[in-house]
Design a protein around this ligand. Structure first.
Ligand code: TYM
Length: 419
């Protein structure tokens, strides 16, 4: 829908609901902040995602779409789609039309390597990318924006480059298939690919300084690297940026699973694509994995107490959950038994929605906690027992990776597909 004609806010021009949102802020109603650098909500249940869909001009993932995906792939839908963790999309029906016609698409996602400790929230897009890769049997390209983190953080080029390699190991440990996946560091790949660089230039020529100021909030004192960076995150949306995989084809669209904070980049890309005769990327957006302290903010590496890291020990996981996970329980056992807990704001329950695949068990826990039969301590223990093995398993897979395997994933090469 209307993501062309970006207005100066980077949101769809002439969209009545966008105007309503502006009215709301004039009247003093609080608006959630959602952009690639900041996520803030004033509500204990977190961002109002229905409002965000309207504001960004995307579409809700509804039962009809889920049924259609299930029909096309002929297997059960992933619980993160079923439970609304991936809640919004752009053009997913178009992708399914292509699949039904026997035409190709590819997956594209990425990570900004700002530290070697990724957290649980970072796993979401990679878990769903792996699931989509298996379900649709398609190539995946994964961009590591070491150049972005050099520009935005107080880090040296050598450090961000090394972090790309460290983060690649975490991404590979999510189970992506070596025959279907290309992972690249921008610092390595852009210098070696004329086609990728050419696409960056095509995109840069279509976007004005005024537009990126509106979309990303850049100001006069931002370095010029930041101003042109959005073109670098946009370029992998176009299949001919990867000639070793797709040859010179420009008609293969990307499907991008990501957190909705990354959407501004792709609203811009979708605006540019038809003007340079390329396919608009499709998207699947996830909600934010909340901070331990509550759903008002997302889990973020910059606040270690808000996060469970993929490098945490079983003891650290237990301590963080017991000490910091915001509870929806009552203040005394008596009150809790009488009134029950509030699962909508309880972080332990919310985390289980992401990582406990068993629907029946999850529903049983919800009922017991809401009725007061289950106490906060018991719920937190279930979460600790669920998360500890997931992280331990991830760490084992990561340490088993040898340098050769990582380098193979990161080498430009043909994948198992012929286009
Ligand atoms: P980065 O490294 O900030 O985040 C990587 C991916 O993780 C998602 N994410 C989260 N999702 C849910 N809950 C959270 N708490 C949470 N924190 C992070 C992000 O939305 C993202 O999908 N500029 C990008 C890197 C990038 C990229 C891309 C991302 C390059 N190309 C294409 C997505 C798609 C970045 O710094 O991501």
């Amino acid at each position: 829908m209307g993501d062309t004609n970006l207005d100066s806010t980077g949101e769809p021009a002439g969209n009545a609901l966008t105007d309503q949102m502006k009215d709301a802020s004039i009247k003093g109603e609080e608006e959630d902040i959602v952009n690639p650098w900041n996520v803030q909500s004033t509500s204990a249940t977190g961002v109002d995602y229905d409002k965000l869909i309207k504001r960004f001009g995307s579409s809700k993932i509804d039962d009809l779409l889920l049924q259609r995906i299930e029909k096309v792939i002929r297997k059960p839908i992933h619980h993160m789609l079923k439970r609304g963790i991936f809640f919004s999309h752009r053009d997913m029906h178009h992708i399914l039309d292509l699949v039904e016609q026997g035409k190709p698409f590819f997956l594209y996602t990425g990570r900004g390597p700002s530290s070697d400790a990724m957290h649980l929230g970072h796993l979401l897009p990679f878990i769903i990318t792996k699931w989509l890769q298996d379900a649709f049997d398609v190539p995946a390209v994964i961009q590591l924006t070491d150049d972005e983190k050099f520009l935005w953080k107080d880090l040296k080029l050598e450090q961000v480059h090394q972090l790309s390699y460290e983060n690649a190991k975490d991404i590979i440990a999510c189970g992506l298939d070596i025959n279907k996946t290309f992972i690249f560091s921008n610092l390595d790949y852009i210098g070696s690919s004329r086609e990728f660089y050419a696409n960056m230039k095509r995109i840069e020529k279509c976007v004005t300084f005024n537009q990126v100021k509106g979309i990303f909030g850049f100001g006069d004192s931002d370095c010029i690297g930041k101003i042109s960076f959005p073109a670098i995150q946009a370029a992998p949306c176009f299949s001919n940026s990867f000639p070793h995989i797709f040859g010179s084809r420009t008609d293969i669209p990307a499907l991008i699973p990501c957190g909705i904070d990354q959407d501004p980049y792709f609203r811009m890309t979708r605006d540019v694509a038809p003007r340079i005769n390329y396919q608009k990327p499709a998207l699947l957006h996830s909600i934010f994995f909340p901070a331990l302290q509550g759903a008002q903010t997302k889990m973020s590496s910059s606040d270690p107490n808000s996060s469970i890291f993929l490098t945490d020990t079983p003891k650290q996981i237990k301590t963080k959950i017991n000490k910091h996970a915001f509870s929806g329980g009552q203040s005394t056992v008596e009150e809790h038994r009488a009134l029950g807990g509030n699962c909508d704001i309880d972080i332990a329950y919310q985390y289980l929605r992401y990582f406990m695949a068993d629907d029946l068990r999850l529903e049983e826990i919800r009922k017991q906690y809401s009725s007061g039969e289950m106490l906060t301590g018991e719920l937190k223990k279930i979460l600790v027992d669920t998360i500890q093995p997931i992280i331990a398993n991830h760490q084992t897979k990561r340490t088993q990776l040898d340098k050769e395997t990582v380098m193979s994933f990161m080498t430009p090469r043909p994948l198992k597909f012929r286009f």
